[in-house]
Ligand binder design. Structure first.
Ligand code: PMP
Length: 362
């Protein structure tokens, strides 16, 4: 086995080594079936058991209440940006969005193509260094739903609590922090996430929603874009991304073995604190992008005092086996993505490198 990198990729991102090894062991001959899971029918019992178990594990781990269902869809979280208003924005109503940064903006843009859309709160004036405060999120009476992004992957900001939207469904893009902490799912109408950060490889998008929302699709939109069709068919209306769903199943088993979401959250906080402490104790050599109360525990964004220094940080880090530390091309700077599967030892190694780099350059 080759050496594993210190992987801080933003997504696709690090997967648990134990999961990769298990997949490797089962790759050619899946549990004595004489073929890979990728080579068998999605209508057969062997695949269906994996599919069903993934759904059940997700419900169990996330403590999903009765009356909610789980869908496995394709097209990434980006397709959800369009499917949400297509399915849930009724005529005469308005789609209400909280503008928290790059991903929220993309969701808003898609909704505007579909129907009446309102931005009800925004932190753009603060360059998305913070989340809008919950008191500033006022729900209009005619809202079909309120949409927000729990964790802005590019800016490195995260909501630590969610607004109470009353009877109006709260829909949350959790692509970059799903299953990173326990949450009360009953406060949400729907949550969704592309798998490739906290859940598995790319190729599958998880939707968890109230059954009544999933049932509300108009019959005027294309079949594949209708939540009700996917729900009625248990996400087997057409061929699902079976290998990705199998990998999600494995990751969910692994999360359970870690002790569930409470333990996962504690581990994630320890990891994030290590890096934020290194930033805060650097006497201005490193500077965190997000305000402390909205710092993401998944994507730690920070800057150095000049772009040249940032370039040399990235270059030297790469030479020492650190991958993925360059900030998103739209904002620059540095970013360490530390999703569930990134081990604490990688964060410790990064902190050591940061201290060493500071010593050499100040
Ligand atoms: N929302 C958020 C918060 C994301 O981080 C991403 C991916 N980086 C997306 C949406 C888009 O996801 P996908 O690539 O699965 O369409």
């Amino acid at each position: 086995q080759g050496k594993r990198a210190f992987n801080f990729n933003a997504g696709p991102a690090a997967l648990p080594l134990a999961v990769l090894e298990r997949a490797q062991a089962e790759f050619v001959d899946f549990r004595g079936n004489g073929m890979s899971i990728m080579e068998m029918s999605h209508r057969g019992g062997v695949y269906e058991a994996v599919h069903q178990e993934a759904k059940e594990l997700l419900k169990e781990l996330f403590n999903v209440p009765a009356g909610y269902d789980v869908l496995f869809l394709q097209g990434g979280a980006s397709s959800q940006f369009a499917m949400i208003p297509m399915n849930l924005l009724q005529p005469g109503k308005v789609a209400a969005y909280v503008d928290t940064g790059s991903w929220a903006k993309k969701a808003i843009k898609e909704a505007q193509l579909i129907g009446e859309t309102a931005v009800i709160a925004s932190s753009e004036a603060e360059h998305y260094t913070r989340m809008p405060s919950l008191e500033d999120i006022q729900v209009p009476a005619e809202a079909a739903y309120v949409h927000l992004t729990s964790n802005e992957t590019i800016e490195g900001t995260q909501f630590q609590a969610f607004p109470n939207t009353g009877d109006v469904p709260l829909i949350v893009d959790m692509s970059s922090d799903i299953l990173s902490r326990p949450l009360d799912i009953s406060q949400f109408g729907m949550i969704y996430a592309g798998a490739q950060k906290n859940l598995g490889p790319s190729g599958v998008t998880v939707v968890i929603a109230k059954e009544e929302l999933l049932a509300a699709s108009p019959n005027t939109i294309p079949t594949m874009l209708r939540y009700d069709i996917h729900q009625k068919n248990n996400s087997l209306y057409n061929t699902p991304p079976s290998f990705s769903i199998y990998m999600v199943n494995q990751v969910l088993h692994w999360l359970k073995e870690q002790g569930g979401l409470q333990a996962v959250q504690e581990h994630n906080e320890e990891k994030a604190n290590l890096i934020y402490d290194a930033i805060d104790s650097s006497q201005g050599f490193y500077r965190g992008v997000a305000v402390p109360e909205n710092r993401s525990r998944m994507n730690v964004t920070f800057r150095l005092t000049s772009e040249d220094l940032e370039k040399s940080f990235i270059k030297q880090a790469e030479q020492e086996g650190f991958v993925g530390l360059k900030g998103h091309r739209s904002v620059g700077g540095l970013r360490a993505s530390i999703y569930n599967a990134v081990p604490k030892s990688s964060c410790e190694a990064l902190v050591q490198f940061m201290k060493q780099f500071q010593q050499q350059n100040s």
